[in-house]
Design a protein around this ligand. Sequence first.
Ligand SMILES: C[S@@+](CC[C@H](N)C(=O)[O-])C[C@H]1O[C@@H](n2cnc3c(N)ncnc32)[C@H](O)[C@@H]1O
Length: 362
Amino acid sequence: MTEPITIKIEKLVHEGKGLGRFNNKPVFVPFVLPGETVVVEIERRHSQYSQARLVKILEPSPERTEPPCPYFAKCGGCQWQHMTYEAQLEWKQKILAETLQRTGKIEDAKVLPTIPAPKNFGWRSRVTFHGNEQGQIGFFAAETHKVVDIEKCLIVEDEINQKLGELKKEKRQNIKKDYEVNTSGKEGFTQVNPLQNENLKKLLKEWAMKLPHDTIVELFAGSGNFTEVLIPMAKSIIAVESDRNAVALARKWLNERPLDVRSSMSAERFICTDAVKYFAQYKLPLDLLVLDPPRDGAAGIVEGVMKSRPKNILFISCNPATLARDLKYLKDFAGYHFVQSQPIDMFPMSYHIESITHITSP
Ligand SMILES: C[S@@+](CC[C@H](N)C(=O)[O-])C[C@H]1O[C@@H](n2cnc3c(N)ncnc32)[C@H](O)[C@@H]1O
């Protein structure tokens, strides 16, 4: 056990932790706020920085609020319930801007104010509960695989809490198992916040409509969530996704649309393959590239971009760190210019940041 130390929190950084300093070295602390003076205990010491645990708040921030969930800080699902919602939105904008500057080397990046979510609680439509040998079901504690037993989660839709209640009653055997619950009825990836997803689709449509959009390629298309808004505006569109079930769903959906609605796309143009490999071989004309990769990003697409040179790229991302890395590659190797980024709050009460970014070729 180390001696408690007193530090002042300067700002929030990646993963929503607060940054303070001790002996001129950064100290990262969860569940604190900028401007707060706090007593912490160092838990892990690294050569360049330390991780610490909050012991006591000496001077609280005016942005501090009482977390409504009794599991907050034990369960690893939420990191920011101790902060007003307005402050969460501001910090998502600041963290995205700083990541674009530090990692992406984009000076004075124009990052617009975060679009608030329609609901702060009860918004999540897809979760994985974890069960353990002790018969508990819930979520993992932060940075562990230890199950925190939960009666009710404030973040998920009512239907998911009902399902959790049923799982708890049904569970006769005490086994280690994951339980996926998804109210969308679709398999594979679906956006977890359906109301805010509608706002993201509207935004994508607005931005794409202002750009040349006769020919569109959409990479990492899932089961066609964004394809749906791109099809009516394009003369020709190709969508690429590697998950076979998602592609089957998208093709089925497409075949059920009236012919005039899907004149820019046939089911065969919803292609089931690796997006990066496909795009490296792409040779047709291209006005607009839309991509929405998983958290790891899409570092490999730079090769295809250098060959096909779409005039504009709309990059949807759920991870500022990989977004900033990929934008740097697109700037350094393919000469693309950053136009603007719009954070949109898909994940209230958590540090996760969804955004859409426009870059253009000079
Ligand atoms: C963030 S999701 C976006 C899906 C879709 N845009 C949506 O809004 O529902 C990323 C998608 O990329 C797919 N994916 C992951 N790696 C891929 C790859 N190498 N090639 C093609 N698709 C991939 C995943 O299956 C997932 O559907």
